[in-house]
Design a protein around this ligand. Structure first.
Ligand SMILES: Cc1ncc(COP(=O)(O)O)c(C=O)c1O
Length: 420
């Protein structure tokens, strides 16, 4: 190969690299976020905020209640909606007093707040945590013997809760956790469930069986060679086999058992009709963080934003790479600007203005997060950047309050609770 050929090939290579460069993803705010930016510049008080769009929350609640109709009662998943105000609002709007709790302090908080609630544990708590619940309950109208249902996942837990009931000298309600294929524990098959019920029968323990709880999020992640419809049918068949066994214990099994299951990822499948459940648990779908983007939830809309002011708007230099900066920026226009936010490292992705991204070369920061964007993002110091949380669980606790947005006005706030 002669020199001319080599030069020709190099030129072609360079052309190829140039052609493969990222396109300019930057855009100014759309109307929704332009208005929100203007509002927060006036009323945001300059610190990162968690904003709930109440109109979208209402619309999500309407979709949920229309789908469930009167066939399938709803239990609100408290860990995904971890704010007293939010839970109270949704419980009224969706006309439910049923809550699913995952953390002992949260359980006490729910019992204090909703004295007429029906509380079901979403995970089995160590028996010492259950004892702490009774010790912290205080004098209240809330009657745990009727209003709390503890979750039992194993023979050992059954024995421990039987001892707790004896020590407290009061009956405890229990639901049995069944493994529908999620492989997160619970009774693995109907035989194991039957053995536990036989033990319970002979022990004469003060435990009242209320029903079953089986979470089925694995259906939403079923591999292509199985497919969602078959995974759903198989999981329901498994649930029904557990019910069949439980029903043979006529002395223990209630006439109207609690058959809890589902979650945001699968409730829409159960709402279609063929389900063994008589209630579904839903939380996240009401705020729709990004991990809940799925075709089954396409009629729900994101209703939760993290908003953070831009502290610094810069020309996008990188430490030690000053010599490469102009080549880097020409190749990737989305590196033309670097914006530093007030706070960061949230489990969230920037959504407005469009075209912002974390800088993998620079890294993340909880103090002043760096985002890159092209000149078209056009942000200035004191503008606000909007991020969409990947999940709501845990995120609410990171903020002092939740600001409520309606008709582009801040109409109130709720305190997040440390619901765990
Ligand atoms: C037992 C149980 N039920 C239901 C849910 C659904 O919660 P969400 O609707 O927030 O996804 C979960 C989530 O972890 C769960 O563990």
């Amino acid at each position: 190969m002669n020199r001319r050929h080599l030069l020709g090939l190099s030129a072609l290579g360079l052309l190829g690299i140039w052609a493969a460069r990222p396109s300019d993803n930057g855009r100014p705010y759309d109307d929704y976020f332009a208005s929100l930016n203007a509002l927060l510049k006036q009323q945001g008080a300059g610190v990162p905020l968690l904003v709930v769009d109440m109109q979208r929350l209402d619309a999500n609640a309407d979709v949920l209640s229309q789908r469930l109709g009167s066939k399938l009662p709803l239990r609100l998943v408290a860990k995904s909606l971890a704010s007293d105000g939010l839970l109270d609002y949704l419980a009224k709007k969706l006309a439910t007093r049923r809550f699913m709790a995952f953390h002992q302090p949260q359980l006490n908080q729910l019992a204090r707040l909703f004295t007429d609630a029906d509380l079901l544990l979403g995970k089995p708590l160590p028996v010492s945590a259950a004892l702490a619940f009774y010790q912290q309950l205080g004098i209240t109208r809330f009657d745990p013997a009727r209003q709390v249902t503890w979750l039992i996942d194993s023979p050992l837990r059954l024995q421990q809760y039987a001892e707790l009931a004896r020590a407290l000298k009061q009956p405890l309600q229990i639901a049995l956790e069944i493994d529908l294929g999620l492989a997160r524990g619970g009774f693995s098959d109907p035989q194991a469930l039957g053995q536990a019920l036989s033990t319970l029968r002979t022990s004469k323990a003060h435990l009242q069986v209320r029903g079953l709880m089986g979470y089925d999020a694995h259906i939403a992640h079923s591999p292509p060679w199985i497919g969602r419809d078959r995974a759903f049918a198989d999981t329901n068949a498994r649930y029904r086999a557990f019910i069949d066994t439980a029903q043979t214990f006529t002395d223990l099994w209630p006439a109207q058992p609690l058959l809890n299951g589902a979650g945001s990822l699968t409730y829409a499948l159960h709402a279609r009709g063929d389900t063994p459940l008589n209630e579904v648990s839903v939380g996240s779908a009401l705020l729709k963080p990004s991990e809940f983007d799925s075709d089954l939830l396409s009629s729900h809309n994101p209703a939760l934003w993290i908003a953070s002011p831009v502290l610094k708007a810069q020309s996008g230099e990188l430490p030690y790479l000053a010599n490469l900066q102009s080549a880097l920026q020409r190749w990737d226009q989305n590196r033309q600007r670097a914006y530093y936010l007030y706070g960061g490292r949230w489990p969230a992705d920037p959504v407005a203005p469009a075209g912002l991204s974390y800088d993998s070369l620079y890294g993340r920061s909880a103090n002043q997060e760096r985002l890159n964007g092209s000149a078209a993002t056009a942000l200035k110091v004191d503008d606000w950047v909007f991020l969409r949380p990947q999940l709501s669980e845990g995120v609410l606790d990171d903020f002092g309050e939740l600001r409520l947005l309606r008709n582009n006005r801040l109409v109130g706030s709720w305190k997040p609770e440390n619901m765990g």
